[in-house]
Write a protein that binds this ligand. Structure first.
Ligand code: NAD
Length: 472
């Protein structure tokens, strides 16, 4: 049982002023696995005060000190890797193998990548008679989601530390436990008091309060578009910097020269990774009309055999949805697809065979999807793939861009130049050609309602910097 009674403020574990406790549930067993404090506005005030005081010295800290902190963070993620992976699997339901690599391995690499960036980063440049100085933006508030809990946190915390900012983290209440371990790690490393503060609680209460607060210089939010809009409104009066990493409904396009079997085999995992609860999941398949039969045959075969179940079983590919609410939401989308006339070719509503408890859904695939249908337009955030055919490449591009979102995308072709030309015309922030791997040094973020600002790599660091021009 993970019973957390304290939050982390000014380098100390302290009892929260808020007295409510929030339960943490294992989505595969439906059992309560822990409690966290619901911090209140007073707790946020304490955390902001400590971050503001710490900024005075941390903003002037040496680059070597920041590199040391980031390298130690990465080493301690490695040391506590299995514990973190088990905890994230128990709160999110992520299959354990994926937890080890994506949920813990990636944050470990991201922390180290920022130490590496600091080795060569130029903090000053000369432009004619001006000296341009890059300085930390100030006190930052981080509001993060549950789907990749530690990764979303480190995508903000690591560059903020590198930049010399101080921070208050409010993680998701569905999957908050790894954030407590992160605070323990910072405590062990001896990060100066007040640089990192952790306050857990309800987003609509303390999240919005953080965004509104005049002593917070920047709010970096990852989550749903609706909550991101609320954060932006709350932040507006204080004219603070706001960066948003929001939802997606990304296209995966097969150009006419692809190997349909290879494409179909890869398409399932690109959609269903982390049980479909991935903002950058490739959930809309756009394929040549003449390949429909062959691609659908392979997809149905693989989707029917996509192993759903206990996330601690090493063979499992798809765990439960994070919560009963998410299970209901995904199920409703599947029903909506059926009701609106799409053809269900694999999966459907109801629990997967052999499972009687846990917030599971069946990995599902639809074809004959039209542009008006809800399942084409809205982010489902579950293992639901929709397939649409095209007659020519121009139509394929139009379909790929037919979304209010623009977070990610995929293009497949035997001719890389052809795929690259297509990718250049996609209105989206990340694109993989022929399954190109995720790169922790490349900027990650969205076009359109998928957000603004970028995380990771040098571009992610620069989100946390102010520019000062001095003319001589
Ligand atoms: P959510 O918006 O419900 O919650 C995200 C965070 O915002 C939580 O910490 C929550 O407590 C807080 N919050 C909720 N309402 C708030 C408000 N009014 N003011 C301030 N804070 C508030 O999202 P979620 O369900 O945790 O995550 C799923 C969503 O996140 C999906 O839409 C997904 O696409 C998106 N996401 C985007 C990225 C990305 O990088 N673009 C990454 C992961 C998840």
């Amino acid at each position: 049982m993970h019973d957390r009674e304290e939050i982390y403020i000014n380098g100390k574990w302290v009892k929260a002023e808020g007295t409510e406790k929030i339960k943490v549930v294992n989505p595969s067993t439906e059992e309560i696995i822990g409690y966290i404090p619901a911090g209140n506005k007073e707790d946020v005030d304490h955390a902001i005060k400590s971050a503001k005081e710490a900024f005075i010295t941390w903003s002037k800290s040496g680059i070597e000190k920041r590199m040391e902190v980031l390298n130690s963070l990465s080493s301690l993620f490695k040391e506590r890797g299995e514990e973190l992976a088990q905890i994230i699997t128990s709160e999110v339901g992520t299959p354990i193998g994926y937890s080890r690599t994506a949920m813990v391995g990636t944050p470990r690499v991201v922390a180290r990548s920022y130490a590496k960036i600091l080795e060569t980063y130029d903090w000053e440049e000369e432009v004619r008679n001006s000296l341009i100085i890059k300085e930390p933006v100030g006190v930052c508030a981080f509001i993060t989601p549950w789907n990749f809990p530690l990764h979303q946190i480190i995508g903000k915390v690591a560059p903020a530390i590198a930049a010399g900012c101080t921070m208050i983290l409010k993680p998701s209440k569905e999957a908050p436990l790894s954030a407590f371990i992160l605070a323990e790690i910072f405590d062990e490393i001896g990060l100066p008091a007040g640089v990192f503060n952790l306050v857990t609680g309800h987003g609509s209460e303390i999240g919005e309060y953080l965004a509104k607060h005049s002593d917070v210089d920047m709010v970096s939010f990852t989550g749903s578009t609706g909550a991101g809009v609320a954060v932006t409104h709350a932040a507006a009066d204080s004219v603070k910097r706001v960066t948003l990493e929001l939802g997606g409904k990304s296209a995966n396009v097969a150009l006419e020269d692809v190997d349909p079997i290879l494409f179909a085999k890869k398409a399932i995992q690109a959609c269903h990774q982390n049980s479909g609860q991935t903002c950058s999941a490739l959930t809309r398949l756009i394929i040549p009309k003449e390949m429909e039969e062959e691609i659908c045959r392979v997809i149905v075969e693989r989707n029917d055999n996509y192993k759903v179940g206990n996330p601690l079983d090493e063979e499992t590919r798809c765990g439960p949805m994070v919560s009963a609410k998410q299970q209901i939401s995904v199920t409703n989308y599947i029903q909506r697809g059926i009701d609106e006339g799409a053809t269900l070719i694999s999966g459907g509503v109801g629990m997967p065979e052999g499972l009687t408890r846990g917030f599971y859904v069946k990995p599902t695939v639809f074809k004959d999807v039209s542009r008006e249908m809800t399942i084409w337009r809205e982010e489902i955030f579950g293992p639901v793939l929709v397939i649409k055919t095209y007659e020519n490449e121009e139509e394929a591009l139009e379909l790929a861009n037919d979304s209010v979102y623009g977070l990610s995308g995929g293009v497949w072709s035997q001719d890389e130049e052809r795929a690259l030309k297509f990718a250049r015309n996609m209105r989206t922030g990340q694109i993989s050609i022929n399954g190109g791997f995720f790169n922790v040094n490349a900027p990650f973020g969205g076009y359109k309602t998928s957000g603004n600002g970028r995380e990771l790599g040098v571009h992610g660091l620069e989100e946390f910097l102010e520019l000062k021009s001095i003319q001589r």
